[in-house]
Write a protein that binds this ligand. Structure first.
Ligand SMILES: Nc1ncnc2c1ncn2[C@@H]1O[C@H](COP(=O)(O)OP(=O)(O)OP(=O)(O)O)[C@@H](O)[C@H]1O
Ligand SMILES: O=P(O)(O)OC[C@H]1O[C@H](OP(=O)(O)OP(=O)(O)O)[C@H](O)[C@@H]1O
Length: 213
């Protein structure tokens, strides 16, 4: 296959696959089939369905030439890849949040930060000169301040419904996030034409999506 494309499973994946199909390049992908690799012989494309957090690893190592990944994952992994196209899907932000009305930023003490994104949180608080202790969690991050495990959380906020439902609020917005089309650096050198063609097809559909959302 001339190009291998890494697509995330899960919520971002569903949107991405829908967009690829609309762009006329994802017809071979059948999300319900349990298969993880799909070949489009006509276009010479191979799609791989991966866990969101593994996309970077596959692209960075050149097993996939390009991929669709959230900017949150790219920042957290300091990935050595090219970010070629910023998409309109997967829009959300990374924020600092905590119990409503209890914003505490103690200059001289260490605040406890629960998060799935330890590197991003460290970088952010370091730049502010705030000392922190990271508590690495893998999900249900919002529970941490409620149960006294942490003072604040650093997490994805999309609608804000999860924060609200748990009596939390945003204290500070850190970074805006969208999905990105990323590329392996060597692939971009040797398969630039093919990669640009695919991105052009994605761009057309993504812009339509952007106009309607
Ligand atoms: N409400 C949201 N919650 C989580 N991620 C979101 C949200 N809105 C947009 N995103 C984006 O979608 C991407 C993938 O989210 P998804 O929920 O599919 O991954 P996941 O299965 O939770 O990830 P992981 O594989 O790390 O468990 C995130 O990296 C982020 O960029
Ligand atoms: O602002 P909202 O629209 O409510 O979305 C944000 C929530 O969605 C994500 O959680 P996810 O559903 O991935 O669950 P998990 O973190 O427990 O895996 C994120 O970690 C927040 O909890």
């Amino acid at each position: 296959m001339s190009l291998t494309i890494a697509i995330p499973k899960g919520r971002l994946g569903s949107q991405a696959i829908e967009m690829l199909k609309a762009a006329g390049i994802g017809e071979s992908i059948d999300e319900k089939s349990r298969k993880l690799v799909f070949d489009d012989e006509q276009r010479n494309l191979r799609f791989m369905l991966l866990k969101n957090s593994d996309i970077i690893t596959y692209v960075e190592n050149g097993v996939a030439d390009i991929g669709i990944s959230g900017k949150d994952m790219i920042m957290e992994n300091s990935a050595d890849i090219y970010e070629l196209y910023k998409m309109n899907i997967g829009k959300c932000k990374i924020s600092v949040a905590g119990i409503k009305g209890k914003k505490i930023f103690k200059d001289d003490t260490i605040i406890k930060v629960a998060t799935k994104f330890p590197e991003t949180a460290k970088k952010y608080f370091n730049s502010k000169g705030q000392k922190i202790k990271i508590i690495k969690l893998n999900g249900s991050i919002e529970l941490a301040p409620i149960l006294g495990l942490s003072d604040v959380i650093v997490d994805i906020v999309e609608t804000g419904n999860t924060l609200k439902a748990n009596g939390l609020e945003v204290f500070e917005d850190m970074y805006p996030i969208t999905a990105m089309v990323i590329s392996n650096k060597i692939s971009y050198k040797f398969k630039r034409k093919e990669i640009k063609e695919i991105i052009e097809l994605i761009r057309k559909e993504d812009e339509k999506y952007g106009e309607n959302n």
